[in-house]
Design a protein around this ligand. Structure first.
Ligand code: SF4
Length: 367
């Protein structure tokens, strides 16, 4: 059989050590994974599992759940057992929940050492418990909760401050011969964040979890994350990503996957190539593109569909795509794999594209 050539990427991955988050490998030997975090109270087991199921269906690889109280810690074993994807317990302030989460079968625990008092004394025990259970750790340094010592030294959360904190915290685990951890150094400013990860990447071979923290509502957060992750991933930096949006977590996964697909770090799925429209357009391109996108939502095969407003670039793009339309004069020329298969009246363009897309998808194995 013909081997499909891998699509080009902007840079090879930065070599890192490899860790496991449950069944998902994190490091340069594994594809960049996509994470999100549940927004339900963790104690509401059914709602949390329901949200995890939705995240799984949307393509999320790893899910994080907050563990702010003993009650949350107490239900982790159920959630870890029933979730279809690896669960990371997110723990601030309370080292004792780290042990509960490890024993509960969580795939990993995120600790924020700046927020865990007397952390130094406990690292040894955490390392031992994590080692015994095959649990990995994320050292999650965050601009908003830097250690006081570091804040006193730098005055604010500069890239150097974030990195010094991360390297110090990594050394606490490494002193106890524990290496199954990844690191994040999040900041809400993409410029600071990118610089912090670049510096951190020079200092060790730890796998890195990328995130712009508190990135904002969907529009702003998407742009901030895409810009920052793009800058890093295009240098090969980043092994797992979480887009943080003030929006439902499924949206974070969609954005994360789209970023990876755009950089050829994931196979592209449905791709709508639509023109921006201009004074030459002879059809309402926005509505057409929106209706086609809505009609094909959830399609999981790599299909490129061109929706073009006129005959200038229309036939060329439509011919390059798997499927396309070039509109003009109240009609649409429908292209399938480069050939015009028919011309339909404008009001039939959407239905025809959807029908042809489904036919092609079925040929490609879409169920
Ligand atoms: Fe304008 Fe036609 Fe290009 Fe669309 S395809 S942007 S309508 S020239």
């Amino acid at each position: 059989p013909r081997v499909k050539e891998a699509p080009p990427v902007l840079a090879p991955r930065r070599p890192t050590r490899q860790i496991k988050v449950g069944s998902v490998g994190v490091g340069s030997e594994s594809p960049v994974s996509v994470q999100s975090m549940t927004t339900t109270p963790t104690t509401d087991i059914n709602a949390t599992l329901q949200q995890i199921a939705e995240l799984t269906a949307s393509g999320c690889d790893i899910v994080r759940v907050a563990c702010p109280s003993q009650d949350d810690a107490d239900v982790l074993h159920i959630i870890a057992k029933k979730s279809q994807i690896p669960v990371i317990a997110d723990i601030h302030f309370q080292p004792k929940y780290v042990f509960t989460a490890i024993e509960a079968g969580c795939a990993a625990v995120r600790v924020n050492p700046g927020n865990i008092r007397k952390f130094d004394d406990q690292v040894k025990e955490i390392a031992r418990a994590a080692n015994d259970h095959g649990t990995s750790i994320r050292i999650g340094v965050n601009a908003g909760s830097l250690d006081k010592r570091i804040m006193d030294k730098y005055g604010k959360a500069t890239p150097e401050a974030l990195v010094e904190s991360a390297v110090w915290e990594a050394s606490l685990f490494e002193e106890h011969d524990f290496h199954d951890f990844k690191i994040s150094v999040k900041h809400n400013d993409p410029v600071v964040m990118v610089r912090a990860y670049e510096l951190l990447a020079e200092k060790g071979d730890w796998p890195l979890h990328l995130g712009v923290t508190e990135a904002g509502p969907a529009f702003q957060g998407t742009i901030k994350s895409a810009t920052a992750f793009g800058a890093l991933l295009s240098q090969g930096i980043g092994d797992t990503i979480r887009v943080s949006l003030s929006a439902p977590p499924v949206e974070e996964v969609k954005v994360g996957l789209q970023i990876l697909q755009s950089l050829n770090l994931r196979e592209r799925k449905l791709e709508i190539v639509s023109c921006p429209s201009c004074g030459r357009a002879q059809v309402d391109v926005y509505t057409l593109a929106e209706q086609v996108t809505a009609g094909l939502e959830g399609m999981s095969v790599p299909l490129r569909v061109a929706v073009m407003g006129c005959v200038v670039n229309g036939p060329g793009e439509a011919r390059e795509a798997d499927l396309g339309v070039a509109s003009g004069n109240g009609k649409g020329q429908i292209f399938v794999r480069g050939e015009v298969i028919k011309t339909v009246p404008e009001h039939d363009i959407v239905a025809t594209l959807i029908e042809e897309a489904n036919r092609l998808a079925a040929e490609m194995g879409e169920v």
